[in-house]
Design a binder for this molecule. Structure first.
Ligand code: SF4
Length: 448
């Protein structure tokens, strides 16, 4: 049973050393009790207390590690119902679907498409991560062959689905280095499939219709020693899936109902054959609590909006999105190309780099760390002053890459040009346009 903050406090060192990030041990205990802190944050908890606190301090939704150690992804581990309460931590995994009834050519094409679906945004590589492999023939050797083929052609995390335990076993043995998810344990096969998942230490999907049956199933699997469980209500209508996702999240968080304290799988590929509807249903799953969504079609026009939606939802609203400080070459600049500087607010970077790219003018874009503030705010806060920008230009290494000594600054930071000229006496400071949409014309007007 969950412990209260006071009960947890009694087991803490009570030195108020603040190393956990909280001002007192009591504040840390309260945060722990409400699932907002993790026990590891206090380095001084005794082993004995750790054992006692493990249950109370466990996240209300179990985090599950998937994939090989060097490329692990985590699902679950969420602690709030609404993103603005804190943040969502572990993004929904997006999966495509392969079946044993697809031809070799179709499987190869889908694997190739999966590997090609990678988009660079804000210094991040956005891509789907998972392939679900569905057995439709009940043939262990055929299933294992398909799993092997997918392993050879992709780096995907894997979800292996079959009604037959022996088929799943054959696939799991081939794929065990990627720690595949097995799907799905039902009340009918829970003993056999639970034993396989336990023996191979693999995550297992639990599927049962109705909340009571599902709670009984996860309780049974937990009793068998399985910890990494993913729940699927079995619902395949939008309304019911949404309701179930919300019920699971609320039950896990508010009364800390452990039988539903697991990540949730939404198999939208089984909800409709229409790819556009699947995209909409997946979008709902990403917004409302699915840890994994499985689509039958991973076409770029379906996946790209989902990746962006996911990026937005799983970005901490309390931290501005930033890009790394540094030199960003755009359109293959050389030593004679112009140099521009702006702040590391991701939106600023997106817009400015997009306009430069569109201009086709080779340009060095310098991104200065302003703690994620936009140009005007950073300037007003003293984080984009002439001194600061000058020091950054000297130290960032651009002088080794370019002979140009002309620096373009944002129009909104025109006020720093005087200080900048003092800080960079060998440079010519050009004031760029205020609006990013004027950047292409501005760059094209520069002497080549
Ligand atoms: Fe107390 Fe531990 Fe936090 Fe220090 S790190 S204040 S001992 S809970």
């Amino acid at each position: 049973m969950a412990l209260t903050g006071i009960e947890i406090f009694k087991m803490l060192p009570k030195t108020n050393c603040k190393e956990c990030g909280y001002p007192t041990c009591l504040a840390f205990a309260m945060a722990l009790a409400s699932g907002k802190a993790e026990l590891e944050a206090c380095p001084y908890v005794s082993e004995e207390a750790k054992e006692k606190l493990a249950e109370a301090s466990a996240p209300p939704i179990r985090p599950i590690k998937l994939g090989p150690k060097d490329a692990q992804k985590v699902i679950g581990g969420e602690t709030v119902q609404f993103r603005h309460e804190k943040t969502f931590y572990n993004p929904t995994l997006i999966a495509g679907l392969l079946t044993t009834q697809m031809s070799d050519a179709e499987v190869e094409a889908k694997c190739k498409q999966f590997m090609a679906l990678q988009f660079e945004r804000v210094g991040l590589n956005l891509r789907p991560e998972m392939l679900a492999i569905l057995d439709k023939d009940g043939d262990p050797a055929k299933f294992a062959g398909l799993v092997k083929k997918v392993m050879d052609l992709t780096d995907a995390l894997l979800l292996l689905a079959s009604d037959k335990v022996e088929v799943l076993k054959a696939g799991a043995e081939v794929a065990k280095e990627r720690r595949p998810i097995l799907a799905a344990a039902t009340p009918a096969n829970a003993d056999a499939l639970g034993a396989l998942a336990k023996e191979m230490d693999l995550p297992l999907v639990a599927r049962a219709e109705g909340y009571d049956a599902l709670a009984d199933l996860t309780t049974k699997l937990s009793g068998m020693g399985l910890k990494d469980i993913i729940i699927d209500s079995g619902a395949r209508t939008l309304k019911q899936v949404l309701q179930d996702n919300i019920v699971f999240r609320r039950a896990a968080l508010v009364p800390k109902f452990r039988p539903f304290g697991f990540p949730v799988l939404n198999c939208v590929a089984e909800m409709t054959d229409d790819p556009m509807k699947q995209a909409l249903y997946a979008s709902m799953g990403i917004a409302k609590y699915a840890a994994i969504v499985v689509l039958s079609d991973l076409s770029p026009h379906i996946v790209f909006p989902l990746l962006l939606q996911r990026l937005n939802i799983y970005t901490d609203p309390q931290k501005p999105m930033i890009v790394t400080q540094g030199i960003y070459p755009i359109n293959n600049p050389d030593e004679n190309s112009p140099i521009a500087v702006t702040t590391n607010f991701a939106l600023t970077y997106f817009i400015v780099s997009g306009e430069i790219e569109g201009s086709k003018v080779p340009t060095w874009l310098l991104i200065k760390d302003t703690e994620g503030l936009s140009v005007m705010t950073a300037w007003a806060a003293g984080k984009f002053s002439g001194d600061d920008v000058g020091q950054f230009v000297k130290k960032c290494g651009i002088t080794e890459k370019a002979k140009t000594r002309t620096l373009i600054i944002p129009g909104y930071a025109a006020a720093i040009s005087g200080d900048l000229e003092e800080e960079l006496p060998d440079w010519k400071i050009l004031i760029g346009p205020r609006e990013a949409s004027h950047i292409p014309a501005f760059l094209k007007s520069l002497p080549q």
